[in-house]
Ligand binder design. Structure first.
Ligand code: GDP
Length: 364
């Protein structure tokens, strides 16, 4: 699963990317790796994993990860091929969720491409480019569907209605995710077109140090502007956090974070939020060789969860032994959980819950 960082130039995207990709920002034994200059695999901070490590004392610990892509270069006119516009829009299309960085800090030394600080205008500038791209998609599809609709094909008429609604919405500056359509219309006609503005989004307000905890007037404006989008708004002092991640010593980093009023790095919260935004959740395997967090979509069944480890596990699935995370912690070990009768045996229909500690039985 991939989350893409977008925003106008000079709002702090690459600072955020570097901050997330800095191994020191995370627990020392969870190294970060960069696949390409603008793609990074980021570990999802999870205190449950640390607790399991403490109890099981495994040889190694593997956290869940999210891929982060820095999509630089999105400017006004990108949808018309301005700059390297189309290429960047192509990169966004490949992501599963969008982290939209908005500049909410004043600093005369850092030039704003449009002259002054106005996160709402910035957001609209980016949104319009993305919406224009989606509008192209709608219009291409509409051409085809119109022909079929003319012949009286009922399905095509239904689809045409939806496409016209999308067209109207996009033309008036509404993103696909906020256009008024029912679930069935979305599933049947909207989802297959993979619109950019239908992807889940989180707004990251980049603020100065003194606003790291409570935000500022710009942040309030952003919250007000996006309230109908049901999107999360996260406040992050990107520059400050980037400085803090440069520090070698964990205790020192913690001290600096506490100094600005934070208990943990905002970037850690951002990664966890991105994971949720992608509609993913975690189950654990906890053996002496390895304690590991596995990523599955919310709603996945036990065989699907097994399939994330190996496709053969899914094919040959017999049953899953499940321990609730809280039980694992309160009893302290798998054996004690078993003795207490708290281990449950689940079949193919079992829907995995976030935090389940699992063991699979399968035929090979
Ligand atoms: P990008 O073009 O969106 O990738 O922006 P950069 O990450 O390159 O940031 C542009 C400039 O703003 C750099 O000089 C950063 O050091 C600076 N910057 C980024 N975040 C902050 C911040 O939170 N506060 C301040 N004062 N400067 C920042």
């Amino acid at each position: 699963m991939k989350a893409g960082i977008v925003g106008l130039p000079n709002v702090g995207k690459s600072t955020l990317f570097n901050c997330l990709s800095n191994a020191k920002a995370q627990s020392a034994n969870f190294p970060f790796c960069t696949i390409e200059p603008n793609i990074g695999v980021v570990n999802v901070p999870d205190s449950r994993l640390e607790k399991l490590e403490e109890l099981v004392k495994p040889e190694r610990v593997l956290p869940a990860t999210v891929d982060i892509v820095d999509i630089a270069g999105l400017v006004k006119g990108a949808s018309k091929g301005e700059g390297l516009g189309n290429q960047f829009l192509g990169n966004i299309r490949e992501t599963d969720a969008i982290l939209h960085v908005l500049r909410c800090f004043d600093n005369e030394n850092i030039i704003h491409v449009d002259g002054n600080i106005d996160p709402i205008r910035d957001k609209e500038t980016i949104d319009i480019e993305l919406q224009l791209k989606d509008l192209e998609t709608v219009e291409k599809k509409l051409e085809k569907v119109k022909r079929a609709a003319k012949t009286g094909n009922k399905e095509a008429i239904k689809e045409q209605d939806v496409l016209l609604k999308l067209q109207k919405g996009l033309e008036s500056g509404i993103s696909v995710r906020a256009i008024d359509l029912n679930e069935e219309e979305r599933k049947e006609f909207v989802a297959p077109l993979q619109f950019i503005t239908d992807k889940p989004v989180m707004y990251v307000c980049n603020v100065d140090e003194d606003a790291a905890v409570n935000g500022n007037a710009y942040v309030e404006k952003v919250k007000e502007a996006v309230k109908d989008e049901h999107a999360e708004v996260l406040v992050l002092a990107v520059g400050t956090e980037a400085d803090i991640t440069e520090l070698e010593d964990y205790e020192e980093r913690k001290m600096f974070l506490n100094d600005i009023g934070l208990e943990e790095a905002g970037s850690a919260k951002l990664i966890r939020s991105a994971y949720k935004l992608l509609n993913q959740q975690t189950y654990f395997t906890a053996g002496v060789k390895e304690v590991r967090a596995w990523t599955i979509p919310v709603g996945a069944t036990a065989p699907q969860a097994a399939g994330v480890i190996h496709t053969d596990f899914e094919k040959g699935f017999i049953r899953a032994e499940v321990i609730k995370y809280d039980d694992f912690v309160s009893f302290g070990s798998e054996a004690k959980v078993k003795d207490a009768g708290k281990l449950s045996v689940e079949g193919k229909e079992y829907v995995v819950a976030d935090g389940d500690v699992m063991h699979f039985r399968f035929n090979v």
